[in-house]
Ligand binder design. Structure first.
Ligand code: ADP
Length: 468
């Protein structure tokens, strides 16, 4: 059953339930009031007739004057003597001289019963009459009131309630169906757009909504559109990633193929070509292992061996290795160094330093300077790598931590055959998984400073392997 149908049925059941409760209460109240009214009429009439009766010396019932009965009510009465004969009766009788009700009453007793007499529904009160102060019965008084009016009022009320309830439930069903359909209409749009997106394979579409963005449907559409944006970004980055990998693979493979062709044509092993092939293969191997590392990192499969790391010792070690790269082309120096302990994976943190200092050396022209610093600030370890290179243009800065992102200048310079645009993504991932932060800022007048923040070790670190 559709949601629309279920909500409509629920709506009808609720309205029907309320009407049933209301109708039953109304009907019972009416019946109670009307019954009370009939009983009251019977009692008043019976009292008036008893007042008009007296017992003579022979112990017989005598009625001197007509009893005063309310003319608004049609009341029948019969006074039966001790001998079982009808002594007095109202002028109008439903069935001649027949008993209003056939009862056998004991002394001083009374009974009220609903009877059917000659096709007329009556309520009859029968009272045993006795002399004052004695229990000796002298006769029976029977008073009857027609129930035709009462029953017809109740039947009419029941019919009105039934017809009214049926109409109300049908109207509630129709109105519910219409309003629910209106409310669910935007959902049809969501379904339609989702199907169009699937059919056309077009994630750039968004669902338009002209209602209030704060209502339930608005919120649903907002969430759906956000999911679409996220999916679109993911697909785009996947597409970009494949294109980038393709480009990166093509250059070294072209170089290798060119050199192999050359050697085949010359029919000799050329040392220069072999070196070039070896360089390209090294480059490819580095790229593939970087890619694997990133892929593993993103799927959370890289184990981080957690232990206490002396950052100062690590910085000095990396500086030592990097001096070979800097040679006398530029100056690589240590600015400030503090004793700093953090908890983390020593090898991965070393990789961060190698990537940052390696980039600074790579991008800084001959004669420039790379300054490394280690200190503490705001209860955190702070590593800085500043250079006097060309700096990173403002438009590139938001993207440099993305996979394969390389600034325009770096791309044109990639003839040095070293960068793939993966180093900073790897550094970013490692720092993030150490609950730290990596940021970049421009130097004045030129150059770049990378700053890495890591939480200080506050006590011994647990020796454990954490999957990143
Ligand atoms: P690459 O292998 O290209 O160096 P990275 O991920 O390490 O890749 O860096 C991404 C981009 O950030 C580089 O292509 C470069 O444009 C820019 N970059 C990184 N470090 C520096 C730096 N110290 N000076 C100038 N540009 C930098």
């Amino acid at each position: 059953m559709s949601l629309r149908a279920r909500l409509t049925v629920l709506n009808m059941v609720i309205v029907g339930g309320i009407l049933l409760l209301f109708g039953t209460t109304l009907y019972l109240t009416f019946r109670f009031v009307l019954n009370n009214q009939v009983n009251h009429t019977l009692e008043t009439a019976s009292y008036a007739i008893s007042q008009a009766l007296r017992i003579d010396q022979r112990g017989s019932l005598v009625m001197d004057t007509e009893p005063k009965l309310d003319p608004a009510n049609e009341v029948y009465y019969q006074v039966w003597g001790r001998d079982g004969l009808l002594k007095y009766a109202s002028q109008k009788q439903p069935a001649g001289n027949e008993h209003l009700d056939f009862v056998n009453l004991g002394p001083n007793l009374s009974i009220t019963r609903d009877v059917n007499l000659a096709g007329i529904r009556l309520r009859v009160l029968s009272v045993s009459l006795s002399g004052s102060g004695t229990n000796r019965p002298v006769g029976v008084l029977q008073v009857g009131v027609s129930l035709v009016m009462t029953e017809s009022i109740l039947q009419t009320l029941l019919a009105i309630l039934l017809v009214g309830a049926t109409v109300a439930v049908s109207v509630a069903g129709l109105a519910g169906w219409f309003s629910i359909s209106q409310a669910l209409k935007p959902l049809d749009l969501v379904t339609e757009t989702a199907l169009q997106i699937t059919r056309a394979d077009d994630l750039s579409r968004r669902i338009p909504y002209h209602g209030s963005p704060g209502d339930e449907v608005g919120q649903l559409i907002l969430a759906f559109n956000q999911t679409l944006s996220r999916l679109e970004n993911l697909f785009n980055s996947q597409r970009r990633f494949l294109t980038d990998v393709g480009h990166e693979l093509r250059t070294p493979l072209t170089v290798i193929k060119g050199n192999v062709d050359l050697m085949r044509r010359m029919n000799s092993m050329d040392d220069e070509s072999m070196d070039s092939i070896e360089n390209e293969v090294d480059r490819l191997t580095r790229m593939v292992s970087d890619l694997l590392l990133l892929a593993q990192a993103e799927s959370g499969k890289i184990p981080l061996v957690w232990r206490t790391v002396e950052l100062d010792t690590l910085v000095l070690e990396v500086m030592q290795q990097m001096r070979v790269l800097a040679r006398d082309r530029l100056s690589l120096r240590l600015d400030e160094i503090d004793q700093v302990l953090v908890c983390g994976d020593q090898d991965r943190l070393k990789q961060v330093l190698l990537n940052l200092i390696g980039n600074a050396i790579k991008y800084t022209p001959t004669g420039g300077e790379v300054v490394v610093g280690l200190g503490k600030a705001n209860q955190q370890a702070r590593i800085t790598v500043a250079d006097t290179g060309p700096g990173i243009p403002e438009e590139d800065r938001p993207y440099i931590f993305e996979r394969f992102y390389r600034g325009e200048k770096s791309r044109t310079r990639s003839k040095d055959g070293k960068g793939f645009g993966l180093g900073l993504s790897i550094a970013y991932w490692i720092v993030k998984n150490h609950k730290g932060m990596i940021e970049v800022s421009p130097n004045q007048p030129h150059g770049t400073t990378f700053c890495v923040w890591l939480p200080l070790a506050d006590g011994p670190c647990p020796d454990e392997i954490i999957s990143g």
